[in-house]
Write a protein that binds this ligand. Sequence first.
Ligand code: NAD
Length: 508
Amino acid sequence: MNASLTPGQTKVDQVRLLIDGQWVESKTTEWRDIVNPATQEVLARVPFATAEEVDAAIAAAQRAFKTWKDTPIGARMRIMLRLQALIREHSKRIAVTLSAEQGKTIADAEGDIFRGLEVVEHACSIGTLQMGEFAENVAGGVDTYTLRQPIGVCAGITPFNFPAMIPLWMFPMAIVCGNTFVLKPSEQDPLSTLMLVELAIEAGVPAGVLNVVHGGKQVVDALCTHSDIKAISFVGSTEVGTHVYNLAGQHGKRVQSMMGAKNHAVVLPDANREQTLNALAGAAFGAAGQRCMATSVAVLVGKAREWLPELKALAAKLKVNAGNEPGTDVGPVISKRAKERVLGLIESGIREGAKLELDGRDVKVPGYENGNFIGPTLFSGVTTDMQIYTQEIFGPVLVVVEVDTFDEAIALVNRNPFGNGTGLFTQSGAAARKFQAEIDVGQVGINIPIPVPVPFFSFTGSRGSKLGDLGPYGKQVVQFYTQTKTVTARWFDDDSVNDGVNTTISLR
Ligand code: NAD
């Protein structure tokens, strides 16, 4: 990849900030390399913006809000229509950069972009989504109606694992509702995010309506505490998400924190065996297990325990290679640090007595000897006190827990500290209905391994996977990015009867 061709960069491959419609070079002294996880090639350098630069981005957004909030809905919508066409047109080009900086396969990178594109498509129908309500004659000659108005400057903080989809969960819906936005992409792989931002500018998003700052904790904390920011959308780990939720909440902001996961797939013995095993292997090891919706625990119920050897055989067949190589199933994890963390957790599993059925630690990838690769790894005999069960591993590691009954499986899932996604594999409608009623998890798949909702629904979560009550897209996000004003109105005809002074609270 020629990183120098990536938008938002200078000739020396320094990623820029977007402030008030201008791509500007940061004056910071703190930079971080953006590294291809398959090769360790440095693709570019990202600045950790200074406090003044963050302030300048927020000030630009605050100024732009004054006119953007009054821009007609149709005009905002048409920008989204152009953006969706541009994303479609450039999707393959962006996928190459995304794969290079993040490590996922080209096909999966295209999927990452597509799932975000769907949100942009949904933003094109904001005309009906942002409508208020009207009730006629709530009292004599009195009508009540609601307006859904934008709230001001909003900010989004995104993780490394979906550099296209998750920024697209945020800024299109925020902007199309009439807000202005400051985006803080992951410092590990911001290049593809910036390509999407550049397309948004090309589509007609005016100067200051969308701004980008880069950085880590300092920049995030500055966004969470700035008095001109009205709402924060965060997606990332539970630890950081809880910090962001608390800090921004203490500073009076609306906050939604979409956080970490430990997703259980419950397998009943009546399930379609082949389909289920394929689904498990794909959802556990695809994207090197770095999806918030990856299946990380397989709960084999009763006789489904006997399927373990087949699951192992399927996992062993998956091809580990760089994301841009044809036929790759499992790419590298994002960084050397991430790899060390995953290896440490695998070692803890062995130490704590789980059975290592398939060991991906020593995988060799010819031509990519320096890549952060870990092969599919499978543990059986896992108990709920082991670190490989209690922690989000975020690597290609599947842990298998065995239980005797369906009720035990449901109780197990509900006891886990995370509640992001879960799946049930069965041929029984009654079992599926019981599962959807009793399970305390945000996304539930019935014979679907990664049930990420389409954009006219909303992504959600419970317990340690989500804080804040509204989701990051769908109708819920329109509520998140707008405030409701209720107007109660009476108009007098010239010949209206004079009611005299009313000293009660009643409307007459
Ligand atoms: P992360 O929490 O390390 O980083 C997320 C964002 O927070 C980044 O922009 C980062 O710069 C910033 N950040 C990092 N440390 C910070 C700190 N100390 N204070 C303030 N901000 C900080 O997450 P990640 O490793 O980039 O992403 C993986 C995590 O995201 C996993 O836990 C995954 O489950 C989760 N995730 C959740 C969802 C969801 O919808 N629930 C979706 C995708 C990813």
